[in-house]
Design a protein around this ligand. Structure first.
Ligand SMILES: [Zn+2]
Length: 139
């Protein structure tokens, strides 16, 4: 279902232009206009889902498949690209800015300033804290 004020729905409905990388019946991929690096691409479902909490499995699987194909294309064809970072955020606290599910596919170069690992090791936990978290989220 289209959302009136959603910028990504407007791109899907061709009310706004995009630099299209790929399109099929379920997903659209286009260059980010606020890129972290040259080639930064967003892969989105054509249906409006806000994020991981409401997206349907079929669209989610297709986004994963298309992200992989784009990552391979980038690695094979973009100059100086030897790695790809893929991520997506869910909710304002997670810094999701456009509230329409989107996967970031970001080509990485030795010279870029995108540093994920500096955020990954930011807290230290004790054994009881690991166990307490496990009690809450283990499936
Ligand atoms: Zn939307």
């Amino acid at each position: 279902m289209k959302q009136e004020n959603c910028v990504f729905c407007k791109i899907i409905n061709k009310e706004l232009p995009c630099y299209k990388v790929y399109e099929d019946d379920l997903v659209l991929a286009f260059l980010s206009i606020g890129p972290a690096s040259l080639g930064h691409t967003l892969v989105i479902p054509k249906e409006h889902y806000e994020n991981i909490f409401d997206i349907e499995e079929e669209a989610l699987k297709r986004i994963a498949e298309v992200s992989k194909k784009i990552a391979i294309q980038m690695k094979n064809n973009l100059e100086d690209v030897y790695g790809i970072t893929i991520f997506q955020s869910n909710g304002r606290t997670a810094e999701q800015e456009v509230m329409h599910y989107h996967m970031h596919v970001i080509p990485r170069r030795e010279s870029d300033n995108f540093r994920i690992n500096s955020c990954l090791k930011s807290i230290k936990l004790e054994d009881n804290q690991f166990k307490s978290i496990l009690d809450k989220i283990r499936l």
